[in-house]
Design a protein around this ligand. Structure first.
Ligand code: NAD
Length: 378
């Protein structure tokens, strides 16, 4: 059977869904692997490296030969037309509000898997694309902030005087926020952080940062069974804003990462808070694609406010560190695909009762099968 890895059609997407390592593993499992020419260029993987690992270098039309397609982004309508019926397609599908895309995948007859729905259980940690990419996004957010900040981050005591350490505040401490804390600390910033989930407090402190939050009764119950945050009440949000307003005014760098599953990102930094910051301060809004945590953040832009504060709203932040992001993403996809391969017959054998398959399979045999989308498709 054949596995195809295309060059992503979105020109802003530098990642690729395979690495020389995963190509080698797929070949060892008995698959023919075709990588589209140039697929790895933006991730610093030349075609020759894929070829050395056992792939043949092909063209976009080779998608039609594939039993499995490994992708970063959801296939476009044009790509769907090129796939074989019954082909398994693994990608990050980004579906909420995109019911038409789900229907199109069903109509194309592919078995589509949304990697972002992978359950966050121990067995699936190696397949967790949200974590692998958020971790790098958290790192990159600090690098982007440092690049926009016209001063040094660490305290430097020199013969010519002392440069103060940058005060850095991380709002939202999931996977991205934890890496942002660690990265900012490594660069010598003085770091504080906030979240609504109590479990985070110890994690923040263990990374050498100070935790700041409204720790009332609602806070104690803010974590769902799945480990995510609930949407907080208006009263809580007001208390949180009152607590963080003075703090934000004193910060040099603020990085926001707060998300609530299935909801718009919570607004945490108001225009008044932005206006209270010193000129040259930097805010990075990692939630900008989901509506943003910061008032005035613009998706895909770096905005400078009237008082000289830069608000960074880069899209696809993992894609800004594509070479590292691709290696981890490729490994996530391979690990999941491997569980669906029958090693004896060297072919795809999807167990539709497996919990990982049930959680991620969107469409199958012309139908929308995922419980979150099947209703909308009826
Ligand atoms: P996320 O991207 O959904 O949200 C980012 C952070 O924003 C979260 O920490 C959330 O609590 C916070 N947040 C939401 N609303 C907020 C508000 N109003 N104010 C401040 N902060 C707010 O989170 P994530 O990175 O996907 O991680 C969610 C949880 O899943 C974490 O506990 C993480 O450790 C856990 N996790 C577990 C596994 C696993 O067991 N395999 C893997 C990855 C993550």
């Amino acid at each position: 059977q054949t596995v195809f890895i295309p060059r992503e059609v979105d020109p802003t997407e530098g990642r690729v869904a395979a690495s020389p390592d995963t190509v080698k593993r797929l070949a060892a499992l008995g698959f023919d692997v075709i990588v589209e020419a140039g697929a790895g260029t933006a991730s610093r993987i030349p075609d020759e490296e894929f070829a050395k690992a056992g792939a043949s270098i092909g063209k976009a039309a080779d998608a039609g030969k594939a039993d499995v397609v490994l992708k970063v982004r959801r296939p476009t309508d044009a790509e769907l037309k090129g796939y074989k019926k019954g082909a398994a397609v693994l990608a990050t599908m980004d579906l909420y509000g995109n019911d038409a895309a789900v229907a199109a995948m069903a109509k194309a007859g592919i078995t589509a898997f949304a990697m972002e729905f992978m359950p966050r259980i121990t067995r699936a940690q190696v397949m967790d694309v949200l974590s692998s990419q958020a971790n790098l996004a958290g790192y990159q957010a600090v690098i982007d902030a440092a690049a926009e900040y016209d001063r040094a981050l660490p305290m430097m005591m020199t013969a010519a005087g002392t440069v103060p350490a940058a005060k850095t505040f991380i709002m939202g401490v999931g996977v991205a926020g934890l890496q942002a804390i660690a990265t900012a600390r490594r660069l010598g910033a003085v770091v504080t952080a906030t979240d609504v989930r109590p479990a985070v407090k110890e994690q923040v402190q263990s990374l050498g940062a100070k935790f700041l939050a409204v720790e009332d009764e609602e806070f104690k119950a803010a974590e769902t069974a799945g480990g995510y945050a609930k949407e907080m009440s208006k009263e809580y949000q007001a208390k949180q804003a009152a607590l963080t307003a003075d703090h934000i005014a004193k910060q040099d760098i603020v990085i926001t990462t707060a998300l609530i599953p299935g909801r718009p990102a919570p607004k945490l930094v108001s225009a008044a808070m932005v206006a209270s910051m010193k000129p040259g301060s930097v805010i990075v809004d990692l939630a900008v694609e989901r509506g943003g945590n910061v008032e005035g953040a613009v998706a895909g832009k770096v905005v400078t406010t009237a008082n000289g504060v830069k608000i960074v709203g880069h899209l696809n932040v993992p894609g800004r560190i594509a070479a590292s992001a691709s290696l981890l993403y490729a490994k996530n996809l391979f690990a999941f695909l491997e569980t669906m391969i029958d090693k004896a017959s060297k072919s795809l054998a999807i167990n539709r009762d497996d919990e990982l398959v049930k959680a991620t399979m969107l469409t199958d045999a012309g139908r929308v099968v995922h419980p979150n989308f099947a209703k909308a498709a009826e």
